[in-house]
Write a protein that binds this ligand. Structure first.
Ligand SMILES: [Zn+2]
Length: 200
């Protein structure tokens, strides 16, 4: 897994898209869709969609065993648990017990196993590579995140109507927005208009 290779293009149902870096693969994964009012953002419709998402950097998990429908269901449960735990932590609430149990369950299975080549580089993951292992790797990353030094840096976007969550791993730790091009600029424009209105 390469560090600092997080981030994905997110699409909204109206056809817009923007780059969003949640700062951790597990948090990027939490933004692949959701339940209830977030169901319109679903990107994991078929088991193959999950395989495709996991095959992208930084995990580059190319399945040697096709993703099953059961694994897709487990992936969505883990995604929801990561989403809920991240929002609880961002709001300084205690973590929901059900989400914690789901994350622990996913982490308890064998994770992806890195494989070393004779030239000293890692060539990828030891085969067979299954989606369940990738889910375990994501769950373990979330556990490290929640219990590690960056736990207090898990935040929700500062925009009132934006539920995106990220971990701010920058040195100054001053990140407020999901992305500058989306909520950051919107906020700047609004502030500018407000200033002009009071100036005139
Ligand atoms: Zn935002």
């Amino acid at each position: 897994m390469r560090a600092n290779a997080t981030g994905r293009v997110l699409h909204d149902p109206k056809g817009g898209s923007f780059w969003f870096d949640a700062g951790a693969v597990c948090l990027d994964f939490a933004h692949t869709g959701g339940e209830g009012r977030y169901a319109v953002f679903e990107t994991l419709h078929e088991p193959a969609d999950l395989g495709e998402w996991l095959a992208q950097p930084p995990l580059v998990t190319v399945m040697t065993v096709p993703v099953t429908a059961g694994e897709l269901t487990a992936a969505k449960a883990l995604r929801q648990a990561i989403w809920e735990a991240a929002h609880a932590r961002a709001a300084r609430r205690s973590l929901p017990a059900e989400a914690v149990a789901t994350i622990n369950r996913a982490a308890a299975t064998a994770p992806l196993v890195p494989e070393l080549a004779v030239d000293g580089t890692t060539t990828g993951w030891a085969t067979p590579v299954r989606a369940t292992q990738a889910l375990s790797t994501l769950a373990r990353e979330m556990i490290e995140l929640l219990s590690g030094p960056l736990s207090g840096r898990i935040r929700e976007c500062a925009s009132d109507d934006c539920p995106l969550v990220f971990v701010d791993s920058s040195r100054p730790g001053a990140r407020r927005w999901c992305s500058m091009e989306r909520c950051g600029n919107r906020h700047k424009l609004r502030a500018l208009r407000a200033r002009r209105a009071t100036d005139s």
